[in-house]
Ligand binder design. Structure first.
Ligand SMILES: [Zn+2]
Length: 230
């Protein structure tokens, strides 16, 4: 079961992420509102405790993973969904990158970039051709896609996947992992939630020094951003 992220959020302070001055002020209100003309971003970086820690320990982490639970943080963010509603989501990230990624999601919120759902990752599972899951998430101690025995960068808490349905993993032969992602192989047709070269998502992650899987050469992982470029 995924964690319901309706918890109250703290506001972000002291970020070391790139500054965009006046437009980067922390929110003044305590809760987001989808009804107003200009809803505020609400987010923060907090220790991984309680139900979130329990979820990660049960689903995404085991002894032998490269990052101890104590080095993980819960990053709470506001986002716009595809219906134009403001939602709250949570990402689990390495403590080294929590504030940088919070900064990125604040930018995506301001740009009203639509995200289907943000929540903690499910248990690592085999590729399911019929799956229509469309979850944006981060930490998961698991093998890299298509590389058994090689740890994914998600295992370190410094990788994020966004809208995996609209931004599929495309093998070098052009095939995708899920039937539902086939309509999104053609990257020349821009549709909501897709990530493409030099858009607000790519530019924002580039500002914190992260690289995009859509820039890989042999295969493409359009949903994937990471600190290491892997
Ligand atoms: Zn990924």
């Amino acid at each position: 079961m995924l964690l319901a992220t309706t918890v109250a959020c703290t506001r972000a302070t002291g970020t070391s992420a790139p500054s965009d001055s006046a437009s980067d002020r922390p929110p003044a209100s305590a809760a987001p509102s989808g009804g107003g003309a200009n809803p505020r971003f609400v987010g923060g970086v907090v220790p991984l405790t309680g139900a979130a820690r329990h979820h990660v320990r049960a689903m995404n982490w085991h002894p032998g993973c490269p990052v101890p639970l104590s080095d993980l943080r819960l990053v709470r963010v506001s986002y716009w969904n595809f219906d134009g509603d403001v939602r709250q989501g949570a990402l689990v990230l390495n403590r080294k990158v929590g504030r940088d990624v919070l900064w990125v999601f604040r930018r995506l919120f301001r740009a009203r970039f639509p995200i289907h759902r943000i929540d903690l990752a499910p248990r690592p599972h085999p590729i399911d051709w019929d799956s229509t899951r469309n979850l944006s998430s981060s930490f998961n101690c698991r093998d890299a896609t298509g590389a058994p025995g090689v740890l994914s960068e998600h295992s370190y808490g410094w990788a994020v996947d966004i809208n995996p349905l609209q931004n599929p993993y495309v093998r070098s032969d052009g095939s995708v992992l899920r039937a539902a992602a086939k309509p999104y192989r053609d990257r020349s047709r821009h549709r909501p939630g897709m990530i493409y070269d030099n858009d607000v998502v790519v530019r924002s992650f580039a500002r914190i020094g992260w690289e995009w899987g859509g820039d890989w050469h042999s295969l493409k992982d359009y949903m994937h951003f990471s600190l290491t470029g892997r």
